[in-house]
Design a protein. Sequence first.
Length: 221
Amino acid sequence: MAAASTTTPLDGRVALVTGGSRGIGREVSSHLAALGARVVVNYASNPAKAEELVAELASRGLRAVAVRADVSDPAAVRALFDRAEEAFGSPPHIVVACAGIMDAKYPALADTAVEDFDATFAVNTRGKFLVCREAARRIPPNSGGRIVTFSSSTVAVLPPGYAAYAASNAAVEAMTRILAKEVAAKGITANVVAPGPVRTELFLAGKDEAFLERVKKPLGV
């Protein structure tokens, strides 16, 4: 009887996940590593969380590095991709743009501060633009490259208090659909994911238990 294969689907692949140390991004990083990818875990401000994840993956025989970068800064994004190549000897084959922020005050549009609006778009929209642009430039052609961006179900639901957040993600959805057409000839796919409520730090910020109950039971039952 032939020995069972020990190869995994993403052996030899390099994956880069922005916002990869917490919330949905953390789960994406862990999943890609479990599939055999060597993972660059990007974080913005909490090195402890990122290094904790890298250590956890290493304890399972999986390879990952933590890299700090502000995704709204073009130079920092270029350096992030450079670091991926330095760490693993290859440009990324898989890029997941998951980093995002949300105004936990949930203001009405009329009460939204310009500074908060700009900060939301800087990370959610500009950040994903910069990451996608670098990915489109660096992923090797015809290598099975994948670009995945994260949006939000708020784009479809349009709940009050989410004007800046939903608008920033609507832009990401449009941008990703156009990107998919532009990179298809190079054998690269681009897709956007718009998850519903997920119990992460980002989602829970500023929400009380009554709100969470309404989310769990939108029809009251």
